[in-house]
Design a binder for this molecule. Structure first.
Ligand code: PLP
Length: 301
């Protein structure tokens, strides 16, 4: 099978992505017992690495996983994956799985936690040439796993609700899906947070979602521009009645949502606030406060 080009780090070694394989006995594979994070590299600069590492460490702690390396060492490994992969723009993932327990015991404490990292070409929720058209979503009846069951602030691979929702969306002619919580409020989509804009004010769900780093970037950029922003429950009705809507993700930044359940959102075109934020977001990629050259993380050897 052909794979994207890239380089991975596992078992303490850097290997071509095609050789990066884990055991079928790993709890990460058998039970989705893992956490992960994804940072991106744009024009050889790592975007908001500190925020991603903070979240990765918080997630690991909440799952009682032990990080086998120090923070500086992980930054170095990630940079090394990028440099070895030779990519200018990269999707860089770090994963900590529960690992394997030598006796295959049912006690997660017996497993040896495993760190895996890889760098592959940048991945888009919506390809850039389609940003002018925007994302068409369906709001699914499939409920997001409740936060009381799986904490969505721990970045996780519990995606069967998203995948079921995606097939539901495809059946309805949409390109992606947004799941709701049990009260009919918007939660999030497969790999993105959701925002709606009405009368110049932006709103985004405040619970039951991953605290996306791009979500945070959008909130911070809006604050700098004095655009009102509310973090609160957002109903699906608000999406249908919105002037504009957008998704945020490391995999593509600030992405216009122009159709929901087969009807246009606002004008049916990317809205002015969405476009302003998206431009500011990409401009931030050369700001030294938010991005650092990959080489700066490499070990001095
Ligand atoms: N929500 C979910 C469920 C995700 O998996 C992701 C990213 O993969 C996001 C939101 C967006 O988070 P970020 O902006 O940190 O990429």
């Amino acid at each position: 099978m052909s794979l994207p080009p890239g380089v991975a780090y596992l078992n303490g070694e850097f290997v071509p992505i095609a050789e990066a394989k884990i055991s079928v006995l790993d709890w990460g594979f058998l039970h989705s017992d893992a956490t992960y994070d994804v940072v991106h590299v744009w024009k050889r600069r790592v975007f908001r690495l500190d925020a991603h590492l903070d979240r990765f460490w918080r997630s690991a702690e909440k799952l009682h996983l032990t990080m086998p390396v120090e923070r500086g060492k992980l930054a170095e490994i990630l940079a090394e994956c990028v440099v070895r992969s030779g990519l200018e723009d990269a999707y860089v993932e770090m994963i900590l799985t529960r690992g394997i327990s030598p006796t295959f015991s049912r006690d997660p404490r017996d497993a040896e936690n495993q760190l895996i990292c890889f760098s592959i070409p940048f991945v888009w929720v919506l390809p850039p040439e389609k940003h002018g058209t925007g994302l068409s979503v369906a709001v699914s009846e499939v409920q997001r796993i409740p936060p009381e069951s799986v904490d969505p602030t721990v970045k996780n691979y519990h995606w069967l609700d998203f995948v079921t929702g995606l097939y539901d969306a495809y059946d309805r002619g949409a390109g992606s899906v947004i799941l709701q919580d049990r009260s009919g409020n918007l939660a999030e989509g497969p790999g993105f947070n959701v925002f709606v804009v009405k009368d110049g004010t932006i709103a985004t769900p405040d619970r039951g979602v991953l605290e996306g780093i791009t979500r945070r970037s959008a909130i911070q950029i809006a604050a700098k521009m004095n655009i009102p922003m509310e973090e609160r429950p957002v109903s699906s009705t608000e999406l249908f009645a919105a002037d504009e809507a957008f998704a945020t993700s490391t995999a593509g930044g600030i992405i216009p949502i122009t159709q929901a359940n087969g009807a246009p959102v606002g004008s049916g075109h990317p809205g002015p606030i969405t476009c302003t934020l998206a431009k500011a977001y990409w401009d931030k990629h050369s700001d030294p406060d938010w991005s650092v050259a990959v080489e700066d993380f490499l070990a001095e050897t």
